[in-house]
Ligand binder design. Structure first.
Ligand code: ATP
Length: 211
């Protein structure tokens, strides 16, 4: 069965924590493709600092030439809040019923899953993979823990079923966050080796994240 992993985020900016996770998830799941899905106006967070176009340009520059990694810009093209459930149903309608789709969610984001619009429907559209993230324990809301617990399976299972499975994955832990990168830039500090040089060049060129 073809297997596509979908990794959403604001990517304001994209950094090596995201990128290392993307590469490792694709390998660990033996997924055919991993799609990075930059979100437009995340309903649960402040407006991103960089514009949609800038965040998209940084994501594209970061993964240029990386095998099996694609960028899906559909949420940036909408002028409405991005509900993951809507995006997943759209993707499901496009790829068909017989493809494994796995939504990749970091532990900090998963802890807020109960606040996501229509979160109960997510597993009817895709599998869910929880990514360990340094400094964030998985502390799920009780209703979420109940639903995900019932769906728990081995990571090898995710590529064998089109939807409905849940598994946790511990990867190389890089305690990098976009918030920290933005703060360093505001403070005039170096961000080298926290994110790709191509992204740093873009940030400098566009004078992004300055005071
Ligand atoms: P911010 O600091 O602005 O909240 P962020 O670094 O958390 O940004 P997001 O774009 O919000 O980045 O994250 C997108 C997804 O990537 C989320 O699921 C998040 O949990 C995950 N993620 C972010 N940083 C890491 C990291 N260092 N390791 C693993 N997963 C990460």
């Amino acid at each position: 069965m073809r297997h596509i992993a979908i990794f959403g985020g604001t990517f304001d900016p994209i950094h090596n924590g995201h990128l290392r996770s993307a590469v490792e998830v694709r390998e660990e799941l033996a997924a055919d493709e991993l799609w990075l899905l930059p979100s437009n106006r995340p309903p649960l967070r402040d407006r991103p600092t960089a514009s949609s176009e800038q965040r998209l340009a940084m994501v594209m520059a970061a993964v240029h030439g990386e095998p099996g990694v694609r960028v899906d810009a559909r949420e940036l093209l909408r002028d409405t809040p991005s509900y993951t459930v809507d995006t997943l149903s759209e993707i499901r309608a496009e790829v068909g019923e017989d493809i494994a789709l796995t939504l990749v969610v970091g532990s900090d984001a998963l802890n807020k899953l109960h606040q996501w619009h229509d979160w109960q429907r997510l597993l009817s559209l895709a599998n869910i993979l929880a990514l360990g993230r340094p400094d964030y324990e998985l502390q799920l809301d009780a209703a979420v823990a109940d639903q995900l617990g019932k769906a728990a399976c081995d990571k090898s299972q995710l590529g064998l079923q089109s939807r409905g499975g849940f598994c946790e994955l511990k990867l190389v832990q890089l305690a990098i966050s976009a918030t920290d990168i933005r703060e360093r830039l505001v403070g005039g500090q170096s961000v080298r080796y926290l994110l790709p040089d191509a992204v740093i060049d873009f940030i400098n060129q566009q004078q992004l994240y300055r005071r």
